[in-house]
Every structure is written in C-alpha cells, then in structure tokens.
Ligand binder design. Structure first.
Ligand code: OGA
Ligand code: NI
Length: 350
C-alpha cells in the first residue's frame, strides 16, 4: 500500500479542464486558506541540519537540533546529505522531460487505482469551491529500485537510470534521518527503521499558471502527508509553503538541500510530540516548477501507536495502537480533512 494522498480528490477527478469533475472529498471551505492573504515574498527561516555532522563527534547535538526542529517547526532542511549534485540535476531534468512529453505518452500512466505501482495524476477543477489545482504528478513505488524499475516510463530514455539512482540515494538519507529522529525521541536508533517499508515517489510538475475561470489556482492544496516523513527536493522555483505558529511561511529552495517534514505516522509514534506538517504549494505565472517528494511509509502490519516509552501518567497515549493497513484503509473510507485523519485513531478517554 502506498501513502496515496487523498486531499487532491485525485482518483475522482478527470483531466485538467474537464467539466463537472466528480469530487468525492470535502474539506470545509474554512480549511482552504485564501492565497491572497499569503505574503509570498517572505521566506520563513528554515532550520538547517548538517547531515555530515551526524556522523561526527557532534552527533548528539545534531540530534537535539533535529528534535527541536521536528517539535517546533515540523520541518527542516538537510544539507550535506550525500546525494550527488549530478544525480539531483539528472532527476530534475528527467522529471521536466517527462512532463514535456506529448499527452498521449504521459497519459499511458493514468490509473484510477490508488494502489497501482505507478500512476499519473493530472490537474483538476473543484468547481464547488471555485478552485483549480494545477499539479500534475507521476507517483510510483521505488524501493527496492530493481523490483519496480520495469514499471517506470521508458520515455525519456534516461528515466529509469536517473530516477533509480536518485531513489537509491534518497533511501540512505531516509534511513539516516529516521535513525536520528528515533534518537531525538529517546527511542532506540532503529525503532522507526524497523517498521520502515518502502518509499513512494511523487514527481510533481506545476506548469506556469494557467488560465482558469475559477477564483484561485493552487499548485497543491493544504494537506498533511500520510507518511513517517517526507523528503522533498525542490528545483530553484519557490512554491512550498508551510504553517508555522499559525502563519503561512515560504520554504524557499536552498541549493542542494532537501526538505524533511513530519508526516501523520510520526505524529502518532511520537504521541503528538511531533506534529504532521500542514503544507501547500502555490504556482507562479512565470516559471514551471518541479519537486520530487519521497514519502517514507511503514509496512502494512506495522503497529503505529505511540511508542510505549513516550507514554506515562503525565503523557497519556493520545492514539491507540493501529496498523498502517488500518490507517491506509480509513483514508479511503472516511472523507475528512487530511489534518483530521489521525483523529479516527485517538485513544478513548474513559
Ligand atoms: C507533496 C507536496 C509540495 C511541493 O508532494 O505531497 O506537498 O512543494 N509537495 O511540491
Ligand atoms: Ni505533501
């Protein structure tokens, strides 16, 4: 099962521009912020973690910084992550080439099955809210690379090699960061790695703004990710925004750094110490934008409740124990705001 994102209504809508797209999911309007209220010129200050320092004598200090960033901000940027710059550039170039292909070439990957090993999701109009969501994404499993590679596009011809190399490198970052996050919670180093299963990549393509008769165009609307953590690689075009201290802030690209943010599953494991980050992407009219999201998710049978070590009289369990399979199934069954998905798994208070 993949950590498919529901909030986009992705399996219920038709192609960009389609009229009357059925939309099975409903966010209260109040949960969709007005973009006009966002100051896009301001860059929030992004905590920066030096991953190289995790391997050196100052590991415990870096772990502390990671813990503070997860608790206070819900995200941080990682530099010196070890993914070679060439692999990053190849990945971004390949992503652009794929989305510049003719429609018929890309649309081969369209699928209504959220569990298919690869699928293309296109932009859509949500007329009930007068919103156009412009993101197109190619979503696929990629760990282990050799198991899934044959399902990936063979056009552009560099796709499998470049994407495979990027995914294998990101996997190492995921494991190292999850180890550090476990330690930041005072858990054994491999506490989270033990339940980690795969990662699922979403190559996101945001065309330069398109004409729409609707009020608002989003890249992707406000949501949390149903992941342990998400590792986002952005190109050099800003667009990512996150909520910090009840305000939207921009997380502008930092050259050769990736953004790591807390997802729903880590919120549950940490017993609500680390909160799943509310984020969105906006578009601009001058430039297309590409980002690569790697969603780290646990195996289906993994027990996801709060780590026992984090529960005591002062910190009662906020969530009950549940499996990732139960969580994933409920995402499809129960239509609610992504930020409320975990409420279904709250511990009873009596
Ligand atoms: C995502 C996401 C944001 C971005 O893929 O889940 O939130 O900036 N992407 O592309
Ligand atoms: Ni996201």
């Amino acid at each position: 099962m993949s950590p498919t994102l529901l909030q986009e209504g992705s399996d219920h809508h038709a192609l960009a521009g389609a009229k009357n797209a059925a939309f099975a999911y409903s966010d209260p309007l109040s949960e969709i912020p007005a973009l006009s209220g966002v100051d896009i010129s301001a860059d929030g200050s992004t905590p920066i973690i030096d991953m190289e320092a995790l391997l050196g004598p100052h590991r415990s200090e870096v772990i502390k910084q990671i813990g503070i960033a997860c608790e206070k901000n819900g995200f941080f940027a990682v530099k010196n992550h070890g993914i070679p710059e060439m692999k990053i550039n190849n990945m971004l170039d390949t992503a652009r080439e794929f989305f510049h292909l003719p429609d018929e070439e890309r649309l081969k990957f369209r699928s209504a099955d959220p569990d298919s090993v690869i699928r293309l999701v296109t932009g859509f109009q949500d007329k009930t809210r007068n919103v156009f969501v412009s993101r197109q994404s190619l979503k696929f499993h990629c760990h282990p690379v050799e198991e899934y590679k044959s399902h990936w596009p063979s056009n552009p011809p560099s796709f499998r090699e470049n994407v495979g190399e990027y995914c294998a490198s990101v996997r190492k970052v995921e494991v190292a960061i999850l180890e550090a996050i476990s330690e930041s919670l005072d858990l054994e180093r491999d506490y989270i790695d033990k339940i980690l299963k795969g990662h699922y990549v979403s190559i996101n393509y945001y065309p330069a703004c398109q004409e729409s008769e609707l009020d608002v165009t989003y890249g992707v609307r406000t949501h949390t990710d149903p992941t342990l953590i998400t590792i986002l690689m952005q190109d050099d075009v800003p667009g990512l925004q996150v909520i910090n201290d009840d305000k939207w802030i921009n997380v502008n690209p930092i050259s050769n750094a990736v953004v790591v943010h807390v997802g729903d599953i880590l919120q549950a494991i940490s017993n609500y110490k680390y909160k799943s980050l509310l984020h969105q992407a906006i578009v601009n009219c001058e430039k297309e934008r590409v980002s690569i999201a790697s969603y780290c998710y646990p195996s289906d049978d993994a027990m996801i409740g709060p780590a026992k070590k984090l529960v005591d009289k002062v910190h009662p369990a906020i969530y009950k124990d549940f499996t990732y399979r139960e969580f994933h199934e409920s995402m499809w069954r129960v239509k609610c705001s992504t930020a409320k998905r975990l409420d279904l798994f709250k511990a009873s208070t009596d």
